[in-house]
Design a protein around this ligand. Sequence first.
Ligand SMILES: Nc1ncnc2c1ncn2[C@@H]1O[C@H](COP(=O)(O)OP(=O)(O)OP(=O)(O)O)[C@@H](O)[C@H]1O
Ligand SMILES: [Mg+2]
Length: 284
Amino acid sequence: MRKELTIRLKEFQERYGVEESVRGRIVRPAVEFIGEDILDMAVSALLQGENVLLCGGKATGKNILADNLAWLFQRPVYTVSFHVNTDSSTLIGTDTFVDGEVRLRSGPVAQAARYGGFCVLDEINMAKNDAVAVMHSVLDYRRLIDVPGYECIPLHPATRFIATMNYGYAGTRELNEALVSRFSVIRMPTLGEGQLHQLLRADVPGASEENISGCIGLFMDLNEKAVNGEISTHSVDLRGMISALRLMTDGMAPKDAVAVSITNKCFDEYEFQLVQDVVMTRFV
Ligand SMILES: Nc1ncnc2c1ncn2[C@@H]1O[C@H](COP(=O)(O)OP(=O)(O)OP(=O)(O)O)[C@@H](O)[C@H]1O
Ligand SMILES: [Mg+2]
């Protein structure tokens, strides 16, 4: 990371403390995000008070980046996984009776607002428009939860929203323009060979160099075929590639490890054959 950003991050951490009760939500991410340019871009935007939308295909590291960002800023994390039934009460909270009184049981957005959390709006494009409508005043300059029937809740100055959006999945939809305009948008890149190597090495420490190169070669071959439109993106799955490498490192025959983690995920017979042929050039 650029030195100037490291200094400003430190200032941010010192300026905004975290309440004891939510410290457990500051979690070290499982793996370090690889891609310094993207990381720097996201950190600068968040330091400026922007909310960030991460767009990209499956397993391009959107969640891992969100986790890394929250950790770098040392903020508690709140996550909402959007689905078609997500509504404003899922986000903000619901009224409950406590000792004969009506109380708001806070949802993740309300909690992030209160504690200066980083709220991850995962797969935000899966949501219906009426659910995201409540997010408008939260995400723009008003920085306010303002839902009829609830009290107005202003956002803590350290609160930020990181949304992720996937394209290419069935069920995903275009994101509403008014919503997109409230974010800085980062497109997740496809990793190059060197970065893939670094990633696989870090994720599967015991893996042999031979298996790592096999996986990288296979991933690049499949990616190229998908880019050329010969196959869909089903098999271009970094998550699957990591599992395959883990299984072979654990002793499974490499071709079986690739079958269960990658090839068998192609449910189209024709595509299955194409992928199988590519696999056979890399693993016997
Ligand atoms: N740039 C990266 N740096 C580190 N790990 C990465 C990166 N890209 C992908 N990964 C690894 O790939 C796997 C998937 O990452 P993650 O869950 O963040 O992807 P995603 O973009 O959220 O995927 P999906 O759209 O399917 O939810 C993880 O094991 C993660 O460690
Ligand atoms: Mg994800």
